[in-house]
Write a protein of this length. Sequence first.
Length: 261
Amino acid sequence: MYFSPQSEGAGEAFRLGEASMISIVGAGPGDPELLTVKALKRIQEADCILHDALVSDEILNLSRPDAQRIYVGKLYQDGQDQTDRQEWINQMIIDLASKGQKVVRLKSGDPMIFGRGAEEIRFCIENNLDYEVIPGVTSALGAASLYGIPLTERGKNSMVLFGTGNYREGDFCDLESFVSVLNSGSPIIFYMGLSKLVKLAQRLIENSLSSEIKVQILSKVSQPGACTFEGTLGNIEQLMVSEKPPMPALVIIGKNVERLR
C-alpha cells in the first residue's frame, strides 16, 4: 500500500528528493525464503536499512553491497528506554529521507503485529513523508504452518487469540479473556511470553482450567537452531527447568493444540 503526502488531508508536503521513500517492511520469522517478493525487492533497492534485532543476517545480506545498515533493535532486558529509542529511530528516518534516500525500516514478522508499525506510520503521516507498508509473515502463522499446528479447525474452534501476556500490578492484564478463550476450545498464541509462562500456567490452573491443556513452545522459528518443546499447563514448570527453551520463542496454549506432523 502506497501513501502520498499529496493526498487529501495530508497538508503541505515535506519536500524531499523525488526518490525518497520510507518502506516499513515485514521480514517474516527469519528464513529469507519466507520474504514476500515485494519485501525482497525493497530490500534490494534500499539505500539504507534500519533493522530490528531479530532480522537474520541472511536477509540483510540480500541488500546491495553499498547499502547502509543500521541496527535499531531491542532485546529482552537490554536496558533501553523505548521512548528514547523510538525518537532516535524517527530522527534517523527524517535525516535519511531529507537526503532523498530510499529507506527500509525492516521489522521481523509483520509490522502491524506487536511490531510498533503504527507508531512509525503515524510519524510518517505527521511529517508528510512518503511511505508504504509491506506485510510480512508473522511468526505465529509461520510457526503453525511449519510445525503443522492447526490454529482453526472445522468442528473444533473458529478463532485464535494473539497476546503478549502483559503483566502489571501482580497479575496478567487479560487473564479473564485468556480463560474465556481457552474454555471455548480455541488456542492462544503468546509473543514474548516465555519469561512469564510458568506464572501464567499457574494462574490459568487457579482459574479452573485443566492442567492437561497442551502447551507448545516454538523457539527460533524458521531460523538456524529452531527447536520445539511440548508440555501441559501442569508440567510446564518442570519442562522450563529441564529444557531451558531459548528465546525468541512463541507459546501456543490450547486443548486442541497438537502437531499433525
